[in-house]
Design a protein around this ligand. Structure first.
Ligand SMILES: *[C@@H]1O[C@H](CO)[C@@H](O)[C@H](O)[C@H]1NC(C)=O
Ligand SMILES: *[C@@H]1O[C@H](CO)[C@@H](O)[C@H](O)[C@H]1NC(C)=O
Ligand SMILES: *[C@@H]1O[C@H](CO)[C@@H](O)[C@H](O)[C@H]1NC(C)=O
Ligand SMILES: *[C@@H]1O[C@H](CO)[C@@H](O)[C@H](O)[C@H]1NC(C)=O
Length: 317
């Protein structure tokens, strides 16, 4: 009887929620004799409030909730392609733990922000172009000590050789194009976002913009302290991630139950080692109405969501 009730309660729960996750999900209280009535009701109200735990983070109703998992993945997670480049692992140098600040946030470094406002890729599968452009903006702001410029994501979508515009691309391939072609990445106002793939309108007469001078593309799995070192000493990073469960994310730190099947790209703008759970500060390109004003937090150190698998830095002129 008890087992039967447990099964029926689990059937109430959307398929994405693991019933084994009861440690962080205290809505389940099977020891209650009247649990058949109590649990579904309280769970239902928690879901209506939009708050329950998945991945260790707060999850619930979001702007993606009307989409099935398959629709969400098709519309928002089909945009990261594999690169044909070999992605070398970083070499473990030394014990960095004494050399790392406890907290880095490029959105507020001594009162100055080196991160542009949150962008929205809408249904264009251009995550790879967004995260790349965002990081070029930040690196320009850092190296010139100015407010981040708003650069043309659409130029990268339309012109990047080896990628497929809004049908998908790869950040390392985009960086290789920017670096090797020495293309000027112009301002957003000169080449505005249309959110569709279009022909390349490279503005040869334009003289304003940013040029990439070098970049790296590495695997940091098992060496995430090296990622922190680059975040502290270089600037924001471009990373590929598995965002399969992010459609339910409302806030908090994603800590587990996040796969490593790379299907999205984002920017890391900082980290925080001061609390019980160390985490990365991650900027998404799904608008400010996603997560925490457009941001989310991912646990540091265990390649959660595949975050250490394909990591880039970029240098600009
Ligand atoms: C179970 O809970 C419901 C609603 O709170 C209550 O009406 C009912 O009497 C309870 N049943 C038992 C057996 O305690
Ligand atoms: C690195 O250094 C810190 C502080 O000196 C020490 O606590 C830690 O155990 C070291 N880690 C390794 C892997 O040597
Ligand atoms: C580009 O970056 C790589 C890796 O950091 C470095 O080895 C190389 O010297 C750099 N090239 C230039 C031209 O700065
Ligand atoms: C980037 O381009 C410069 C030349 O402009 C070249 O020296 C460097 O090797 C390139 N970086 C990479 C990682 O290919």
């Amino acid at each position: 009887m008890v087992n039967f009730r447990l099964v029926s309660v689990c059937l109430f729960v959307p398929a994405f929620l693991s019933c084994t996750n009861s440690k962080s999900f205290n809505v389940f209280e099977f020891h209650q004799s009247n649990s058949t009535v109590r649990t579904p009701a309280s769970l239902k109200s928690r879901i209506q409030e939009g708050l329950y735990k998945l991945n260790g983070a707060e999850s619930g109703l979001t702007k993606f909730s009307h989409l099935s998992q398959a629709e969400f993945e098709k519309q928002y997670l089909s945009d990261l392609k594999e690169t044909h480049f070999n992605i070398p692992a970083v070499q473990k140098k030394k014990n960095l733990s004494n050399k790392l600040p406890k907290r880095i946030d490029w959105r507020n470094k001594e009162g100055v922000s080196y991160v542009s406002p949150i962008k929205n890729q809408n249904k264009c599968g251009g995550c790879w172009a967004f995260s790349t452009t965002e990081t070029v903006e930040s690196m320009y702001a850092i190296s010139h000590n100015v407010t981040p410029p708003q650069l043309s994501v659409q130029e990268v979508i339309d012109c990047s050789v080896g990628n497929n515009g809004c049908s998908g691309g790869n950040t390392c391939t985009a960086l290789a194009w920017l670096n090797n072609s020495q293309s000027l990445l112009v301002y957003e106002e000169e080449y505005p976002l249309t959110d569709t793939s279009d022909y390349c309108k490279l503005l040869t007469k334009s003289s304003r913009g940013v040029t990439v001078t070098n970049y790296t593309c590495n695997r940091f799995v098992g060496n995430e302290d090296e990622m922190l070192y680059r975040l502290a000493h270089v600037g924001p990073l471009i990373v590929a991630v598995d965002a399969t469960t992010w459609n339910h994310y409302l806030g908090g730190i994603i800590q587990y139950h996040c796969g490593i099947r790379l299907n999205h790209a984002v920017q890391i703008v900082g980290y925080d080692l001061t609390g019980d759970v160390p985490f990365y500060i991650v900027r998404n390109s799904w608008g400010t109405d996603f997560g925490n004003n457009g941001y989310l937090y991912i646990k540091y150190g265990e390649n959660v969501c595949g975050i250490a698998t394909e990591v880039s830095t970029v240098r600009v002129l």
